[in-house]
Design a protein around this ligand. Structure first.
Ligand code: GLN
Length: 288
């Protein structure tokens, strides 16, 4: 076996040692805690109080296999198969982007500003984290999510069930759509999107675990046309939002002003750029 004894303490130390080149020590601590929660059902307190106890050989094997995957840069969320987003559980896998904290900020804003909306559409829904967490709070709103990937929609559908929410998911390639109304038959009060926005030249700044294990279709865009999705969705939204309807985008921090100009040229008003908790331009909103 990979440690001298089967004691919990030693596994914790071994994880620290083996992952030290990939992650800072506080993150390894978090990852280790997530592994004990996942395999043993132990919370942090239980882990601490069990530090001197021993695991069985088969339990040890689970930690060993997980460490192998972690050492190859696989995100811990792919090993546990889940993540918490807006205090709700979401299933994740390689077919959709792991929900990010900055997107929680987008959800929070929309909940505050869109109470009473009849219909909301999320474009490029991935795990469904945006429409599901909105539906959980805005119970009387009819919520839709669109994605080009059938595999992503399968996870989104599972996640809606997991959270006992009713969201209608539709498979569509937004870049090929001429009108939202044709395919979903609805005028919307709110349209939201967190489309791919990392330019190919920014790839070199990304962590290996994102590059190797997360779907590039959800992340990357050509440097030649960084606002491709914003342009397309902006026009669709202008045609399919009710008068006074709201558009919300998560954006690449370097393209706030350009996105703003684009939406202005389409005809939107009250355009704002909002910063995330790290003080980076992260959300653009506008009114039809
Ligand atoms: N915020 C994500 C990241 O930095 C990217 C999300 C996106 O491309 N829409 O990994």
């Amino acid at each position: 076996m990979f440690v001298n004894s089967n004691s919990v303490n030693e596994i914790v130390t071994y994880y620290q040692e083996k992952l030290s080149e990939l992650y800072p020590s506080n993150e390894i601590k978090n990852i280790t805690e997530m592994m004990f929660e996942h395999f043993m059902g132990w919370d942090k307190m239980t882990l601490r109080s069990n530090s001197k106890s021993s695991l069985s050989e088969s339990e040890l094997l689970l930690f060993h296999q997980a460490l192998k995957r972690l050492s190859k840069n696989e995100p811990v969320q792919h090993i546990t198969g889940k993540v918490e987003f807006y205090s709700l559980p979401f299933k994740v896998n390689k077919h959709a982007l792991i929900p990010r904290p900055e997107t929680e900020e987008l959800v929070d804003l929309v909940i505050k500003e869109c109470i009473g909306s009849e219909t909301i559409l999320d474009i490029g829904t991935g795990t469904g984290c945006i429409p599901i967490s909105l539906k959980k709070q805005l119970k009387n709103t009819i919520v839709y999510g669109v994605d080009v990937s059938a595999d992503a929609l399968a996870i989104a559908t599972d996640n809606a069930a997991l959270n006992s929410t009713e969201v209608t998911f539709v498979k569509e390639d937004v870049l090929q759509m001429s009108s939202i109304e044709n395919s979903i038959k609805k005028e919307f009060d709110v349209i939201i999107s967190n489309p791919p926005y990392i330019t190919n030249s920014e790839k070199r700044l990304m962590n290996e675990n994102v590059l190797t294990f997360e779907p590039h279709i959800a992340l990357f865009i050509d440097d030649d046309d960084p606002l491709l999705f914003y342009d397309k969705i902006g026009h669709l939204a202008y045609d399919n939002l009710s008068s006074g309807g709201k558009l919300y985008f998560e954006i690449n921090e370097h393209y706030g002003n350009q996105t703003m100009k684009l939406l202005k040229s389409i005809g939107f008003s009250d355009i704002r750029i909002l910063k995330d908790l790290q003080n980076k331009d992260r959300i653009v909103s506008a009114i039809r």
